[in-house]
Design a protein around this ligand. Structure first.
Ligand SMILES: [Zn+2]
Length: 77
């Protein structure tokens, strides 16, 4: 069975849905079934990543200026 440190090392891949072998995915899921510490870690990592802006959410220049105007902040700061 995997140890917690192995789950932590693979956590990004698991959360991102990165390709991994069936054996790796099965071993991770089996560990998560039995280890509440790692389940909590993965849950917190997912929550954290969900708060970060995705690249597709990046503001274009016009939208950036609109936000800065609303906040009354000059763009050249
Ligand atoms: Zn664990």
């Amino acid at each position: 069975m995997l140890k917690c440190k192995h789950v932590v090392a693979k956590a990004d891949a698991l959360v991102d849905g990165a390709p991994m072998t069936r054996r790796e995915r099965f071993a991770l899921r089996l560990h998560l079934l039995m280890c509440h510490h790692c389940r909590r870690y993965i849950r917190q990592l997912r929550a954290l990543l969900s708060t970060l802006p995705r690249e597709t959410d990046a503001l274009d220049d016009a939208r950036t200026q609109e936000v800065l105007d609303r906040l009354n902040i000059p763009q050249d700061r």
